[in-house]
Design a protein around this ligand. Structure first.
Ligand code: MRU
Length: 338
């Protein structure tokens, strides 16, 4: 999608340097910076350190990173680089699908160009899946539902391009509609406030950032027509792991009779995982809860502590929403009710 009118992807192959290029999402919305590297370790660190985050973008970064591993260090590909990438984050299953796909490609002993094509094909197919699911989503939302609530960032930064949850919103806009988006700020890392609101405003889409705790109250007051979120892993029974706070949204949505959809490509499905209880949930550093980043009055990025020294935190990064709480899951193949 667009930044200052120019088209970007969250992560892409950089032909000029024969390496990978990605947007450092930790700096947004204050600074827009792209990084380039042709070392696979930089790609693995980009995922671990959340320079790149969001399930489909994580998968695409691993695919490009493994293409770099093949190019630079073929001998270590199977024993070092595959486990290295698989260990970067535990919950988003797209990462593991991307690693499996690159492994299958490597087993054919391809040329470096063929490995790069394989990674490129993976990223392109994610983008196409997002575009297609947005068409289905827009049809569902085109029945009077216009005030859409979303949580975390399931936008193009998280999904290479288009986004998953946001793709339907962009399709509505392209059809001349004027959707409005309630953006949950999404503590602790604020992916909603920092990333989703920035993406939407770059596309001229009306939105407001709200505290996560405001969501149920807005539903109770009839101000939310539909909720659309993304997914990090969808179990075989249709239970969905997504950013912490999604489960609470689903409870409020059910209570108030508000449709809640998950938008996710097939790469977010895990047939080998029977139900939500089998999904590994990432527990992240306490500091994400205890500290915040932002600009000070002089425009300098600052990292400040918000809690009393010595108080520990609890920081599960994801939760599981039972399929029964959802109105449906939209993928590139259409609507699935589970
Ligand atoms: O921890 P993050 O920022 O990687 O979590 C991202 C999410 O939970 C997204 O909602 C999910 O990956 C869907 S992305 C289209």
């Amino acid at each position: 999608m667009r930044v200052n009118g120019f088209h970007f992807r969250a992560v892409n192959w950089h032909v000029e340097s024969d390496g990978m290029q990605w947007i450092d999402q930790r700096l947004l919305p204050h600074r827009f910076e792209q990084l380039v590297s042709n070392h696979p370790e930089d790609a693995a660190v980009a995922i671990e350190s959340m320079q790149v985050r969001g399930a489909p973008s994580i998968g695409a970064t691993a695919a490009y990173g493994l293409a770099l591993a093949w190019k630079k260090d073929k001998e270590q590909f199977f024993d070092h680089w595959l486990p290295r990438f698989r260990g970067t984050r535990p919950t988003a299953v797209n990462l593991f699908h991307a690693c499996d796909m690159m492994k299958r490609c490597a087993e054919t002993y391809p040329t470096t160009s063929q490995m790069i094509e394989c990674a490129q094909g993976y990223a392109d197919s994610e983008v196409e899946a997002n575009r297609r699911m947005g068409g289905y989503m827009a049809e569902l939302l085109a029945v009077g539902e216009r005030r859409i609530l979303t949580h975390c960032n399931a936008g193009w930064l998280a999904a290479v391009d288009w986004g998953t949850a946001t793709s339907g919103i962009y399709h509505l806009v392209q059809a001349g509609e004027k959707p409005f988006v309630w953006v949950d700020e999404t503590r602790p890392r604020l992916q909603g406030a920092r990333l989703t609101a920035w993406e939407l405003s770059q596309e001229g889409i009306g939105c407001r950032i709200q505290a996560d705790g405001a969501a149920a109250w807005m539903m109770a007051n009839g101000k939310v027509d539909a909720i659309v979120v993304g997914a990090d892993r969808i179990a075989a029974n249709g239970d969905v792991a997504n950013k912490i706070g999604t489960y609470a949204l689903s409870l409020a949505a059910r209570e108030h009779g508000i449709p809640m959809y998950v938008a996710a490509p097939c790469s977010s499905f895990d047939k080998g995982c029977p139900s939500g209880g089998d999904i590994p949930i990432e527990q992240r550093d306490d500091d994400e809860v205890l500290y915040m980043d932002g600009l000070d009055g002089a425009g300098r990025l600052q990292h400040v502590r918000v809690a009393a020294p010595g108080v520990p935190a609890n920081n599960p990064a994801f939760d599981v929403t039972p399929n029964a709480n959802l109105s449906g899951i939209i993928s590139e193949h259409g609507l699935w009710r589970g």
